[in-house]
Design a protein. Structure first.
Length: 337
């Protein structure tokens, strides 16, 4: 049974903790927080041992009436692997801690690629993370792009990817984020950081990305144009994607015309927190002109990297190969709409 530490119990960390708990070969050893809040209380209510991430703040947990199991150093020392789900930039600061205790660490997409040995996507380069000490699970957007690009490269070859990413201004709980009443090129320069990030998974890929932020919290939206190495029929692409477990083709009959209805559907389907672990591709948007493929896909920024973190745990510990891990993760979480 793999003993998994989770440093950071926020948007991603709490979801990863719940997902790890569902795995038959893993156990949540504990979670670490920097301060007491509702998420710290939730962790205790769920039976996760709570550790203090900052020694100088341990007394705050006592004052809040929250019992802690010890400092984060104890948690890292006892773990087989640690998932760092701290805010962007903090993972880099924590790297020295993980190295001190010789504990393999997984970081999130907000960290720089040069911090780690491998940037990871389960569908695309699972084996590259075997026995690595530091692995970065790429961002929600890079995860979503990689899941589409990988089968296309295998089936048809890819000459060029052009992607426009319409990004939410902030997550539902991020009250300090924006924009409020604006549409922002983000960044104004081209490419956005997403293209180079995808190239950490596919170093030889020709990809350009543009980004913008809008006043929404639900999801990101991608408009994709992929130039393939051969002409292909749209129906063939639909069949290819239908065989991918983490791609959900939204049928026209469902009358889901945007991210709001997608989230409503996820809630009605009984998904925890209304999470959508899959890319959500509008089936009717898949179209081809010669070698060019076009589509729209929705990416739930709070959850699509969660199964990737679970698979990365198995990859770095060598406890399963890609097919075994992805199948087990999908089955335990109920992935596949």
């Amino acid at each position: 049974m793999l003993q998994v530490a989770i440093n950071g119990y926020g948007t991603i960390g709490k979801r990863v903790a719940d997902a790890v708990r569902e795995q038959p070969d893993m156990e949540v050893l504990g979670v670490a927080k920097t301060r007491p809040n509702f998420e710290a209380e939730t962790a205790i209510d769920k039976g996760f041992p709570l550790y203090a991430a900052v020694e100088e703040r341990e007394h705050l947990f006592d004052e809040a009436g929250l019992e802690i199991a010890g400092p984060v150093e104890d948690l890292v020392d006892e773990a087989d692997v640690v998932v760092d789900a701290t805010p962007s930039g903090i993972g880099a600061q924590n790297k020295e801690l993980y190295e001190e205790y010789d504990t393999p660490a997984l970081y999130q997409g907000g960290e720089d690629a040069d911090l780690v040995d491998v940037s990871f996507n389960a569908r695309s380069n699972f084996a590259d993370a075997a026995d690595a000490d530091h692995v970065r699970v790429v961002s929600c957007n890079t995860t979503g792009l990689s899941r589409v690009i990988s089968p296309l490269r295998e089936a048809y070859g890819v000459e060029k990817v052009r992607a426009t990413l319409v990004r939410r201004g902030g997550d539902p709980g991020q009250t300090d984020r924006g924009p409020i009443n604006d549409i922002l090129p983000n960044p104004v320069t081209i490419p956005s950081h997403h293209g180079p990030d995808v190239e950490t998974i596919f170093p030889d890929l020709d990809i350009d990305t543009l980004g913008m932020k809008v006043p929404a919290t639900q999801m990101h939206m991608h408009s994709l144009n992929v130039t393939l190495e051969e002409e292909v029929d749209a129906d063939d692409v639909r069949e290819l994607f239908a065989d991918e477990s983490r791609l959900f083709l939204i049928p026209e009959r469902m009358n889901i015309d945007g991210s709001g209805k997608l989230k409503e559907y996820a809630l009605d389907a009984g998904r925890p927190r209304g999470d959508l672990w899959e890319n959500c591709i509008w089936e009717e948007s898949i179209s081809t002109v010669g070698n060019d493929l076009y589509l729209f896909q929705g990416i739930h920024q709070e959850s699509d990297v969660v199964p990737e973190n679970v698979d990365a745990i198995r990859a770095v510990t060598g406890s399963a190969d890609a097919e075994e891990s992805i199948e087990r993760t999908n089955e335990t979480l109920g992935i596949g709409l």
